[in-house]
Ligand binder design. Structure first.
Ligand code: XMP
Length: 333
């Protein structure tokens, strides 16, 4: 049987009972595959790697070594939350690597989106590989591969062209020849979430909106600078906070702020105030191939605008992106 093919009679995991049965089965399979050896996992804090981490902690406890690489392009408080949940609450064997300077130094002056993606993807592998080499006795690499990833690679192998080069872990250097552990590779995203909740992960983490691998790097448009990146992070946190408060966070598929490398003239405290605009984007989609715009109520937009322009240094205007996909892609880069 092709282990990368979902059996036709496999029931869709929609309930806690089905998820519990899946978890019990995978715990047994992982224990059998791994024995007393150690497993390494790149834990980004995204839904897939988080669910794999929780599943493996249940199966093999401290034999799992999680590495969380902060590339400096995470959203506000994101790395702190990963540490809180996995290290403090689940007692995971977690290594935290703050590689902000490595990434931002390499990205300095680079404005082409695909070059930015390539640099971030390659450096991610470098940092992770450095950590892996420094550890002793690792035999396995766990990955949060899910079924759509497998279907996507089949499509790419058939020669269909992608619009953007999405990066995920994989492609480690040859000296790091680990056997793979991929316990959720036959699951669809909705099933991964049900399994995550059954494993006791927080609802907000399991239902977290998608966040691209290159993170805020493709939302700090053009060449990234530390001050504009910081303004973007703060503005994005305000948008998320206001969406949480008014219930839109539960409803909208993806919402974020992008900050272009443009300054306009504004006024603050009776003085000329040049600043960047914060662009708000909120979209709904089922498969990310096309997307429609969420209609954010004007009072919410006013509140977000007032907060961003008063609380975030460097931002003097707020703009709303009303473009569906196509013609806009979801991200600006
Ligand atoms: P686009 O911009 O292509 O986005 O309409 C579709 C979905 O993919 C996400 N995205 C990425 N995810 N690495 C990722 O892991 C990337 O480089 C990347 N670029 C876009 C985007 O956030 C949206 O959910």
């Amino acid at each position: 049987m092709d282990s990368n093919k979902r059996p036709e009679d496999m029931a869709r995991i929609t309930t806690k009972e089905l998820a519990d049965a899946f978890i019990a089965e995978q715990v047994a399979l992982v224990r059998e595959q791994v024995g007393d050896k150690k497993v390494l996992l790149a834990l980004s804090g995204g839904v897939d790697s988080s669910v794999v981490a929780a599943l493996l902690i249940k199966a093999i406890g401290k034999q799992l070594v999680c590495v969380h690489v902060n590339h400096g392009l995470m959203r506000k408080d994101e790395s702190e939350n990963v540490i809180k949940i996995f290290k403090d609450e689940l007692d995971a064997n977690l290594i935290y690597v703050d590689a902000t300077d490595r990434f931002l130094n390499l990205l300095a002056g680079v404005s082409d989106p695909e070059r930015k993606r390539k640099i971030i993807g390659a450096e991610f592998i470098n940092v992770f590989a450095d950590e892996a080499r420094a550890l002793e006795g690792i035999s396995f690499l766990a990955q949060g591969t899910i079924y759509p990833d497998i279907l996507e690679s089949i499509k790419q192998a058939e020669g269909k062209k992608a619009v953007k080069s999405h990066h995920n872990v994989g492609g480690l250097p040859e000296d790091l020849d680990f056997e793979l552990v991929e316990p959720i590779k036959l699951l669809f995203k909705d099933e991964v979430r049900v399994v995550g909740e059954a494993l006791g992960l927080p609802h907000a983490m399991v239902y977290r909106q998608p966040f691209p691998g290159p993170g805020l790097g493709v939302r700090c448009l053009g060449a990234i600078t530390r001050d504009r990146l910081e303004a973007l992070r703060e503005a994005d946190a305000i948008l998320r906070d206001e969406f949480d408060k008014c219930g839109l966070a539960e409803k909208v598929w993806q919402y974020f702020v992008a900050v272009p490398d443009i300054k306009s003239v504004g006024v603050k405290d009776d003085s000329r105030y040049e600043g960047w605009p914060a662009i708000i984007r909120a979209v709904n989609t089922t498969d990310a191939m096309t997307a429609t715009i969420e209609e954010i109520p004007y009072p919410v937009l006013h509140k977000i605008t007032a907060r961003i322009t008063s609380e975030v240094p460097g931002i003097n205007r707020v703009l709303l992106d009303l473009t569906p996909k196509p013609t806009g892609t979801i991200e600006w880069e």
